[in-house]
Each structure stands twice: as structure tokens, then as C-alpha cells.
Design a protein around this ligand. Structure first.
Ligand code: BG6
Length: 474
């Protein structure tokens, strides 16, 4: 059989997110967000998971406060993107830049001007933005006043914010994603959705009620986008990666199906427009009683146009964990799969898993797919002349793009491939800078020191050629 071909007009891109890159956390009238109160260091994990409420002391280092200063350096960065030949630049909008506390009647004009000039700069070079409305991002004012997404009030506040974005930026942006990795609320409730818990309350009740509110908000935003501008396409976004059974033992296979359901629960709703039948059992088991308001189920019928997902690795599960090694690579726990390698951070490396994920998602939803995150976090070291030979990153990306090509050959419509990340940014899980993903090196260390200067890595030239040849030269 002939080698796969990437379709004409395939959307090659690279991504960052607002809270990991912009910095300038108080400039231009921006309010605090949930991520702004998560420190670097040993207190990080408990706060991220919602186990410990954030106390926000002055003597800690908060990586999002400075990010990599995209806020001031975006012109330089977008010029580099154009040099790379990017067709698409994926980023997110910081909700708290437009609505500093989250519940103002009118948006902050300075915030709007900032994003407009970012998108105009992209237009100058013919780069399409793909924008996530909430990439792990909730105004901290909403966390304090309403308990974040546990409150139904957030549905209309998010809808107001989304409407502002569609009206103000719809001229420049045709692809929007409502929530980044929507399923991560199950695993990292504070960083994912601003949730903290009271003593002795049923966490699952809080999480699934928040999930319901988020799903309604996402569908409402989709409805609003269509009313405002028929050219806008809306996507949902999954932290993807199939759950393999550890063995062919029927109990392991069943376990993998159940994990798959728990993971795809959100996308099932966003793509099909109603709760899947298995949800009833999950709610019963977890003692969850959803407060579903009049009209919610109708709103959910506003389904997405495309399914986007991140893919870093597959996962592996077993019914019995005795004697098994478990890692929590990329937040979701997984049994160590003896057939794949792992990165220095314990994340599996499984290129074929990307092809499997694409096939499974398309079989299930029959909607176009968009791989909007894939990349390799590694320590980079500078050669004497300051250059960086990141062959390990090239090798990871090459193998994954190849498998995406095979998925297309399998018959899966894939709109594009977006590498994570365009440049080095703050790692979402650890807050480190030393866990680097970019094609562009940023001189900043884990404690925030450095010049913030940008320089191209070897992978920059490699990806440039991939884009130029539409995936022919890998
Ligand atoms: C995804 C997130 O889960 O993984 C990104 O959408 C994140 O925000 C990426 O950066 C990689 O994770 P990390 O923790 O290595 O930055």
C-alpha cells in the first residue's frame, strides 16, 4: 500500500496557553486566576488537586505570574512562528484578562485590545489562531465568591465571556475550543476547574455537578457562537489516550472499557448532545445526584463541530493492582505498560497509541478530529555555541506524526496537527521550566531567573521542513 499523504490544507500548528506563557499577571487590568495562586514547590500538588485550599502567601514563587512574558514579547514570538511556517497558532484567552473578577457587566477594554493585537499580528503573517476559551483558567474572583464551577451562576458568566470573545475576535478566529482537557476536572479539580472541597463532603458530587455546569456552559457557548457568526467552528477537547487492558484477562478488558467510559463521558455529551446511558450507573456508584435545571438538557443538544484532543501517551489498566507499578504520568493514573518506554517524568511514549486513539474516537463520534496537543517534555542542554541538539524531541514528534498519517490512511478525517509547544513555557503539572517542550528555547529557570531570550532549537528547522513539505519529509 502507498505511503499515507497528509491532505492539502492540513493545519500544521504549535501551541501555548495563556496561563503558561503570558506572565504580566496584573498588567492591563487583569485579575487573578486560579492558576495564579498555585505556587511552585512542595505545596503545588495539594493545591492543584483541591486537597488544600490556596492561601497565596507572599513568600512563594508563582510561575504563572511571569510565564515567559508572551504578553510583552508576542510580536517577536509571532514573527518566529511565521519563520517556522505555522498555519495555526493555538493559544487561549485568560478569562480574567477580559473579566478580572469574572462577574463584571462589561469586559476590560485593555484585555480585548491585547488579544486583538495578538490576532492581528497573526493575520499579518497568514497564521490562523485556534483559541481555547478556558485552558485551566477561572477568574479567582469566581472561586472566592461562588466556589467556581460548583455554582450554576458560572454558566451565564461564562456565556457572557464567550459571547464577548465571539463578537470581538470572531473576525480573526474561526476555530474555538470551549474547555481544554475537559476530563481533567476529575483528576485535578482545582487547577482544572477552580474547585476546592469542604471537609467530609462528597467530592464526586461536587466534581460531577461542576462537570454538568461546565457541559451546559460549553453547549450554551456553542449555541451563541452559531447565532453570532456562522463561520465559527467549535470543538470540544479531551485529554486523550486510550486505556489498554494490562492483559487479555476478561476482568482487565472490562476495566479498560470502564475507564474509557469515565474518560469519554464529557465528549459523549458534547458530541452527541445527551448523557450516555452508563452515566446513570457512575452517578449511582459515586452517590451523585445532579441538579439539572429546566432547559439544561435542551441546551446540551448544541453539539460541537469537531473533536479535538491532546495525546501524550496511552494508558494501561488492570482489575487487580497487586504487584503492578503505577505512574500518574500526565495526571491520569496508569499501570506501567512493559511494552512502551517512559520519559524522565514517567510519561509513556507510545506513537502507535495515537493511531489507536484516532480510530477509536472517529469510530465513536464520526466527526472530524483535530490533534491539538502532542509533544515531548525533556531537559535541554546548551552546546558551547548556545545551540540545542534536541534529537530526542524530533524522534518523538516524527514517530507520532507518522502514526497520525497512518490514521488518515485508515480513513480518519484529521483536520490538523498541533505540536506542544511552540516555545518553552511553564509546565502545567510541575510548574517547572526545565521540562521543556518547545521548538524555541526560552532562557528562564525553574525559579524564574533568566533573560527570557528566545533561540531556535534543532527541532525548529526540522518542523519547518515538515510543514513546508506537508509532512513528506519527516
Ligand atoms: C496538557 C495541558 O495536559 O499537557 C497543557 O493541556 C500541558 O497545558 C501539557 O502543559 C503538558 O503537561 P506538562 O505538565 O508537562 O506541562
Amino acid at each position: 500500500m502507498a505511503k499515507y499523504k497528509f491532505p492539502k490544507g492540513f493545519l500544521w500548528g504549535a501551541a501555548i496557553s495563556a496561563n503558561q506563557s503570558e506572565g504580566a499577571f496584573e498588567d492591563g487590568g487583569k485579575g487573578l486566576s486560579n492558576i495564579d495562586v498555585i505556587p511552585f514547590g512542595e505545596n503545588r500538588i495539594g493545591i492543584k488537586l483541591g486537597v488544600n485550599p490556596p492561601t497565596y502567601p507572599d513568600d512563594q514563587y508563582y510561575p504563572s505570574h511571569t510565564g515567559v512574558d508572551f504578553y510583552h514579547k508576542y510580536k517577536e514570538d509571532i514573527k518566529l512562528m511565521s519563520d517556522l511556517g505555522l498555519k495555526v497558532f493555538r493559544t487561549s484567552i485568560a478569562w480574567s484578562r477580559l473579566y478580572p473578577l469574572g462577574d463584571e457587566e462589561k469586559p476590560n477594554k485593555e484585555g480585548i485590545l491585547f488579544y486583538k493585537s495578538v490576532f492581528q499580528e497573526c493575520a499579518k503573517y497568514g497564521i490562523q489562531p485556534l483559541v481555547t476559551l478556558s485552558h485551566f483558567d477561572v477568574p479567582y474572583g469566581l472561586v472566592e465568591k461562588y466556589g467556581s464551577w460548583r455554582a450554576y451562576e458560572l454558566v451565564s458568566l461564562y456565556a457572557r465571556y464567550a459571547e464577548t470573545c465571539f463578537k470581538e475576535f470572531g473576525k480573526y478566529v474561526h476555530y474555538f475550543i470551549t474547555f481544554n482537557e475537559i476530563n481533567i476536572v476529575l483528576h485535578s479539580p482545582f487547577s482544572g476547574a477552580g474547585l476546592t472541597f469542604k471537609e467530609n463532603e462528597n467530592k464526586n458530587q461536587v466534581i460531577y455537578q461542576a462537570a454538568h455546569n461546565i457541559l451546559v456552559a460549553s453547549a450554551l457557548a456553542t449555541k451563541i457562537a452559531r447565532q453570532i457568526n456562522s463561520e465559527i467552528k467549535i470543538g470540544c477537547m479531551l485529554a486523550g489516550g486510550s486505556f489498554y487492558p494490562y492483559s487479555p484477562k476478561p476482568e482487565d478488558v472490562l476495566e479498560s472499557i470502564q475507564h474509557e467510559q469515565e474518560n469519554l463521558f464529557f465528549i459523549d455529551v458534547q458530541a452527541r448532545g445527551y448523557y450516555p446511558s452508563y452515566a446513570k450507573k457512575i452517578f449511582e456508584e459515586k452517590n451523585v445526584k445532579l441538579d439539572i435545571r429546566d432547559g439544561d438538557l435542551d441546551i446540551l443538544k448544541n453539539t460541537v463541530d469537531f473533536i479535538s484532543f491532546s495525546y501524550y501517551s496511552s494508558r494501561c489498566v488492570a482489575a487487580d493492582l497487586t504487584d503492578k507499578n503505577v505512574s500518574d504520568g500526565n495526571v491520569i493514573k496508569s499501570v506501567i505498560n512493559p511494552f512502551i518506554q517512559i520519559s524522565d517524568w514517567g510519561w509513556g511514549i507510545d506513537p502507535v497509541g495515537l493511531r489507536i486513539t484516532c480510530n477509536q474516537l472517529y469510530d465513536r463520534y464520526q466527526k472530524p478530529l483535530f490533534c491539538v496537543e502532542n509533544g515531548f517534555g525533556a531537559k535541554d542542554s546548551l552546546n558551547d555555541d548556545g545551540s540545542i541538539t534536541d534529537d530526542y524531541r524530533i524522534s518523538y514528534l516524527k514517530k507520532h506524526i507518522e502514526q497520525l498519517g497512518y490514521a488518515i490512511q485508515d480513513g480518519v478525517p484529521v483536520m490538523g496537527y498541533i505540536a506542544w509547544s511552540f516555545m518553552d513555557i511553564v509546565a502545567a503539572s510541575t510548574g517547572q521550566m526545565s521540562k521543556r517542550y518547545g521548538f524555541v528555547f526560552v532562557d528562564k529557570d525553574d525559579k524564574g531567573n533568566g533573560t527570557y531570550n528566545r533561540s531556535k532549537k534543532k527541532s525548529f528547522e526540522w518542523y519547518k521542513d515538515v510543514i513546508k513539505t506537508n509532512g513528506e519529509n519527516l
